[in-house]
Design a protein around this ligand. Structure first.
Ligand code: LMR
Length: 334
């Protein structure tokens, strides 16, 4: 039987053995840091969690995915730089955030009313045009793996937004997209680019008057608590490109990459299967919360919004590329 002293010695030796073994095992793993800016309880947050689970399963634990939500690691602009530098390996930025990287074609997704619905969008993201757009990332050291849905945007402010005149002079937060800047200008608003992590406070303190978001983003950041009015305008789409550092991806052992591709395909199906419902649920929850008055446009008002926003596509043609706009319109059937 072990006396107290030898028991302590054994425990000490075991602890030492474990402390030596543990880092070695951890070092052998391939770490994928997956950074994003929204809450875990969103279509993107849930898609990232699903990818984490499946990636570890399909690579038999060779890969450890670490998901960092809510801009914990980096804000919008910094995360793109971190990916290119290899400080993180995977991101899923909004398609509206590729302009500063020099890839302006993605801003086609921001054009007002370009997609009639999710089906029209999927004819682009699941087809050749989606792949053609991804190819534009390669010389930036980035590889596009998948498109993940979020949803169609609503406009919010602290005053009613029924007619386009209601936007006159309002400071509206936008993502870093020139198309969104043109959209707000066309409405007579004053666009202000701001990182997603700063929007709640900017709305609360009046630094900006309003913003645009799919309901899931608005609800999970509690923006409805600091916006008295919102219009369910569905005037534009917000979704994501899941991207990786290309050098990292190309350098992976082939069997690991195959496991990750499988995990990405399945988590993409999952994320895209929940996005619409997540947004519907978020809208209902905000209506029930009662802090914001939600307004549906009449057919005449909707037409007036469409007319006011129609010049944006023409204005942005040179920036996005006429060929890209044409390819997206023809693939989507819009
Ligand atoms: C935003 O900045 O409003 C969105 O891109 C946030 C996100 O990732 O959905």
């Amino acid at each position: 039987m072990l006396n107290r002293r030898s028991l302590c010695a054994l425990m000490g030796a075991t602890a030492l053995a474990l402390s030596v073994a543990a880092p070695a095992a951890a070092q052998d793993k391939i770490i994928i840091k997956f950074s994003h800016v929204v809450a875990p309880d969103t279509p993107k947050g849930k898609g990232a969690a699903k990818f984490e689970e499946l990636a570890e399963k399909y690579t038999n634990g060779a890969v450890d995915v670490e998901v960092y939500p809510n801009s914990q690691l980096y804000k919008d602009k910094e995360e793109m730089e971190a990916l290119q530098l290899g400080a993180v390996q995977m991101l899923a930025p909004s398609l509206a955030k590729f302009g500063p990287l020099g890839v302006q074609a993605f801003e086609v997704f921001d054009l007002p009313y370009i997609f009639a619905d999710y089906d029209a969008l999927h004819r682009v993201t699941k087809g050749e045009v989606g792949q053609m757009l991804f190819s534009k990332l390669e010389d930036k050291g980035i590889k596009g793996l998948a498109y993940w849905d979020n949803g169609f945007k609503i406009m919010s402010a602290n005053s009613p937004l029924h007619t386009t005149d209601d936007f006159l002079g309002l400071k509206m937060r936008i993502q870093s997209s020139k198309v969104l800047e043109a959209e707000m200008n066309a409405l007579g608003a004053v666009p202000q680019v701001m990182a997603f992590s700063e929007v709640y406070q900017a709305l609360q303190t009046g630094v900006v008057d309003g913003t645009e978001n799919p309901p899931s983003n608005m609800y999970t950041q509690k923006m409805n608590e600091v916006q008295t009015h919102a219009t369910v305008s569905n005037h534009g789409y917000l979704g994501y490109a899941v991207i990786v550092n290309k050098q990292f991806w190309d350098g992976l052992p082939a069997e690991v990459r195959a496991g990750l591709e499988q995990a990405m395909a399945e988590s993409t199906d999952y994320a895209n299967s929940i996005a619409r419902e997540e947004n519907e649920k978020a809208l209902e929850a905000m209506k029930a919360a009662g802090t914001t008055e939600f307004y549906e446009l009449t057919p005449e008002e909707l037409q007036a919004w469409k007319d006011a926003l129609a010049p944006v596509a023409e204005e942005m043609t040179d920036r996005i590329g006429a060929d890209v706009i044409e390819a997206v319109k023809s693939a989507s059937g819009s």
